[in-house]
Design a protein around this ligand. Structure first.
Ligand code: TYD
Length: 137
């Protein structure tokens, strides 16, 4: 990626003991923004590609808390794919990054922490509009 600050892998501390694991996420300490919204994607059918959009201002952290999925990231110049396969691995995605989530394993649960409430007007759902948006900036 050209701008490394736009996308970042995060490693969370596991509070593990003989009973199993626990991960706690706090805004600003573990997550680099104020957490305004949480949602999760589950029961994803075979060959489905989710996302396929960018955001004008929203920041998010994606965590595959169960199973595995892949995330394609595109800053308009370069594309890369990240695999999320551990509950202690987070993917920070800033605004103005096109993302597609795919290759979900059976039973995968993708947890998303977001910096703002849901706002459809923050979405850029057409790839050509995304390219125009980043060129204007
Ligand atoms: P959608 O944007 O298609 O999900 P994705 O792009 O991540 O694959 O969202 C599916 C539906 O859920 C759509 O009708 C909007 C709604 N939705 C909310 O109401 N609140 C939310 O926080 C999100 C992410 C989606």
């Amino acid at each position: 990626m050209t701008d490394y600050k736009k996308v970042k892998l995060l490693k969370f501390k596991i509070h593990g003991d003989s009973r199993g694991g626990l991960i706690a996420l706090e805004e600003y300490n573990d997550i680099p923004f104020n957490i305004k919204r949480v949602y999760y994607i589950f029961d994803t059918k075979d060959n489905v590609i989710r996302g396929k959009h960018a955001h004008k201002s929203l920041e998010q952290v994606l965590i595959c808390v169960h199973g595995r999925c892949k995330v394609l990231l595109d800053d308009g110049i370069e594309r890369k794919t990240v695999t999320l396969d551990r509950p202690d691995k987070g993917l920070y995605i800033s605004n103005a990054i096109w993302r597609e989530m795919f290759d979900f394993t059976d039973g995968a649960v993708l947890l998303v922490l977001a910096s703002k409430l849901y706002d459809e007007s923050d979405y850029i759902r057409q790839y050509d509009e995304f390219l125009k948006f980043i060129q204007k900036r």
